[in-house]
Design a protein around this ligand. Structure first.
Ligand code: MLT
Length: 403
């Protein structure tokens, strides 16, 4: 537990009862005022609304220990005692400044909710302002032997399966926001071969390698069919899976991805990247890709996302990156397959995606029978991280309609 902040308030006669004691309801109000005061001086009073969420009180426990009177100054502190994905427990103590007497102690359980009242992730700025580490483990990470590959996988919840496939050069934590909110579904987010904590151990430089790994993972988890949710390269892999194992796919969510193969220019750029990774390692990728990945507003107001993206990019092994670049370079055009997609499909794009323009995403969706397409404002190439609430809502509604 870390003491991070305090606020002070003077007691006035109108805060008190007929006997001149501080009224208990006023004290409750002062605790709340202190929380907002600390937020206003820290991450800003709009720390919740700018993430599209709001803190709702779930449970309050107060112990009144001593009386307080007009003229007293109370110092109220705020500590974070427990951080969940969508909830936090806060401890507050009100102490009289003059004699140090504790007037009351309280515990508040707060849940962050979206506009529809559904639990939503606590914005990272809040625990950080209260002294906690910004990144939280959002689920149980398991090592699952999938075929011959010991795969690191975040698994969360019970119900029909959703398999998340990350893009390049990221890892399973790309889905941390989305995977926390889809209650009623078993959310499975692996690190692909050579990324995050999954070792490389071979691979033939085609997307087929990843597809076989993922199908082996489904087999190991005894899952026949899953909703496949892929972002960018994860989408390319989903198309390859659709060609090889259509019977394993219950529905598709395609985020910030395209159906076309690399054009000559992109192919040549990938060859250069491969040569450079072999020569210099991977650091240059962060420098060259990062400025193009996120919408300007994300880069400005979501430092936790910027930090996470950097961490994901620096976590991948050079060999894993080379394998993925070769595989993307070699992938076929999936455009002719679009008209044959026979499962419900949701397509999501970012209006400010500099890598895969929204118009291209929309055209791809138009070619898929019955697909629903949403282009998110204020989102670049990593929509699920940049617009976590809206993406969760969209995907959750899409999944509900499948039940
Ligand atoms: C990705 O996010 O997976 C990459 O931008 C895909 C690509 O390089 O084509």
């Amino acid at each position: 537990m870390t003491l991070v902040s305090q606020a002070e308030f003077r007691i006035f006669p109108d805060d008190c009862d007929a006997y001149g004691h501080l009224n208990q309801a006023t004290l409750l109000r002062l605790f709340e005022r202190a929380r907002w005061d600390i937020m206003a001086r820290g991450p800003g009073m709009d720390v919740f609304t700018r993430h599209g969420v709001w803190p709702a009180a779930r449970k309050t426990t107060i112990e009144y220990r001593a009386q307080a009177f007009p003229g007293d100054v109370l110092r109220i502190d705020l500590r974070l005692s427990r951080l969940g994905t969508t909830s936090m427990t806060l401890l507050q103590t009100a102490q009289r400044v003059g004699d140090g007497r504790v007037i009351a102690e309280a515990e508040f359980v707060m849940v962050t909710i979206d506009g529809e009242g559904r639990p939503a992730p606590v914005p990272d700025d809040v625990p950080r302002a209260l002294g906690a580490r910004a990144s939280r483990s959002v689920s149980e990470t398991r090592q699952i032997l999938a075929g011959d590959l010991l795969t690191s996988v975040d698994v969360r919840g019970e119900g029909p399966a959703v398999l998340f496939i990350h893009g390049f050069p990221f890892d399973r934590t790309l889905w941390r926001m989305l995977a926390t909110t889809l209650a009623g579904w078993r959310r499975i987010a692996p690190d692909l071969r050579g990324f995050g904590q999954t070792p490389l151990e071979g691979g033939d430089g085609t997307l087929g390698t990843y597809v076989e790994d993922l199908v082996a993972l489904l087999d190991a988890m005894k899952i026949d069919r899953a909703v496949i949710c892929g972002l960018s390269m994860g989408g390319y892999i989903a198309f390859e899976m659709l060609r090889r194992y259509p019977q394993r796919i219950r529905a598709l969510v395609l985020c910030n991805t395209r159906a076309t193969a690399d054009d000559a220019e992109t192919g040549a750029a990938r060859e250069k990247q491969i040569a450079r990774v072999r020569r210099d390692g991977t650091a240059f990728l962060t420098e060259t890709m990062l400025p193009r990945l996120l919408a300007p507003v994300t880069a400005k107001i979501m430092p936790d996302v910027v930090e996470q993206v950097k961490q994901m990019m620096t976590g991948a092994s050079p060999e894993g990156i080379v394998l993925a670049l070769k595989a993307m370079r070699a992938r076929p055009d999936s455009t002719p397959d679009l008209a044959r997609i026979a499962v419900p499909t949701l397509v999501i794009g970012g209006r400010e995606d500099a890598l895969i323009p929204a118009a291209e995403v929309r055209a791809m969706a138009d070619a898929i029978p019955g697909a629903h397409c949403a282009i998110m404002p204020d989102a670049g190439h990593l929509t699920p991280l940049e617009q976590p609430i809206n993406t969760s809502r969209l995907v959750s509604e899409f999944l509900e309609a499948l039940k």
